[in-house]
Design a protein around this ligand. Structure first.
Ligand code: NAP
Length: 302
């Protein structure tokens, strides 16, 4: 039996692996894919992780994994299908079952995609899912933001500080995000609101050059020249295997505070998978460290 099983090998899971090795806990890291690093491996450049300005997401992910390997962390590639949350915790995977005293869930979340032509091909080359990560690369350019929630409104305001023009495209006339944010957006002179409107296509030869937008009220279609297309239409946490195991909120995120404790003693949640405000590499890594601290305390007491 392991002391600790960490599910997921993004920044939260790998930080937890490092802390668990240093705490000399018998630990297993289960990862769903053969490449560690999580979401960042698809990020062209990470400019907001302390000490590594301009590092590629792939390189940062590799460095995190190498650090965990150097400390002797044990990894198994196996997709988790379920958990039995008794005193001894059993993690079921497609390959085998594994037992542990405590579990850290660090399975992250994936950005919801628009599913339009050009989105996938130009992802990382002008199509971005994180304005605070990538916005600085578009200073002085025209960009678009798609979505109508808090994140889209905050992204539009953030980008408007450095970009020449921000086109905000939302599928309904009413915004889902906070009224105070909407008011700020409406009073920002370089944000142009397009509603009810959808992006039909993202165009570009290697990098984003324009988006095709349809006003679904009038049926009119226009092509807007932009260098960046920021998609902010929500996230989907990877928690399907946790239904009925720990408390999830209405969005599917694991309910856990800054102490990473979930509704089940001995199960902790770190990184983007848990309820939190700022989902970034730096906060995910911090969560991993915090989760091991509380997991170690739990293991010692049980
Ligand atoms: P969200 O609130 O779920 O909003 C997603 C937006 O994307 C909605 O406006 C939705 O349109 C739109 N959308 C969804 N699928 C789409 C599609 N296929 N095509 C076009 N548009 C689509 O997600 P979020 O903005 O990422 O925020 C996530 C959570 O974090 C929310 O609970 C939010 O309140 C919270 N948050 C809070 C703060 C804050 O307190 N300051 C800051 C950031 C985030 P509809 O409106 O038509 O459904």
């Amino acid at each position: 039996m392991y002391d600790l099983i960490i599910i997921g090998s993004g920044p939260a899971g790998l930080a937890a692996a490092i802390y668990a090795q240093r705490a000399m806990l018998k630990t297993l890291v289960l990862e769903a894919s053969y490449v560690s690093g999580g979401q960042i491996i698809n990020t062209y450049e990470i400019d907001n992780y302390l000490g590594f300005p301009g590092e590629s997401g792939m390189e940062l992910g590799k460095a995190f994994r190498e650090h965990a390997d150097k400390l002797g962390a044990e990894f198994v590639t196996a997709r988790v299908t379920g958990i039995d949350a008794g005193d001894v915790k059993v993690v079921h995977t497609k390959k085998a079952d594994y037992e542990a005293k405590a579990i850290i869930i660090a399975t992250g979340a994936v950005n919801r995609k628009l599913g339009v032509a050009g989105e996938e091909e130009l992802s990382g080359s002008g199509v971005s899912y994180c304005a605070t990560c990538d916005g600085a690369f578009f200073k002085g350019s025209d960009v678009a933001v798609c979505g109508g929630g808090d994140v889209a409104l905050e992204d539009a305001l953030y980008l408007a500080r450095g970009c020449t023009k921000v086109h905000l495209i939302h599928r309904r006339d009413e915004f889902r995000g906070a009224k105070c944010l909407e008011d700020q957006v409406r009073s920002t002179s370089n944000i142009e609101i397009h509603t009810p409107a959808v992006i039909k296509e993202i165009k570009g030869n290697g990098v984003v050059e324009s988006i095709v937008v349809e006003n679904t009220g009038t049926g009119s279609v226009e092509e807007l020249p932009v260098k960046g297309a920021f998609i902010a239409v929500g996230m989907t946490p990877n928690t399907g295997f946790l239904k009925g195991v720990v408390e999830l909120n209405e969005g599917g995120y694991v309910v856990a505070g800054e102490d990473t404790k979930t509704s089940v003693p001995g199960i902790f949640a770190a990184g983007d998978v848990r309820t939190k405000r700022l989902r970034q590499v730096i906060t995910a890594a911090a969560d991993g460290a915090v989760a091991v601290t509380y997991a170690e305390e739990y293991i010692r007491e049980h």
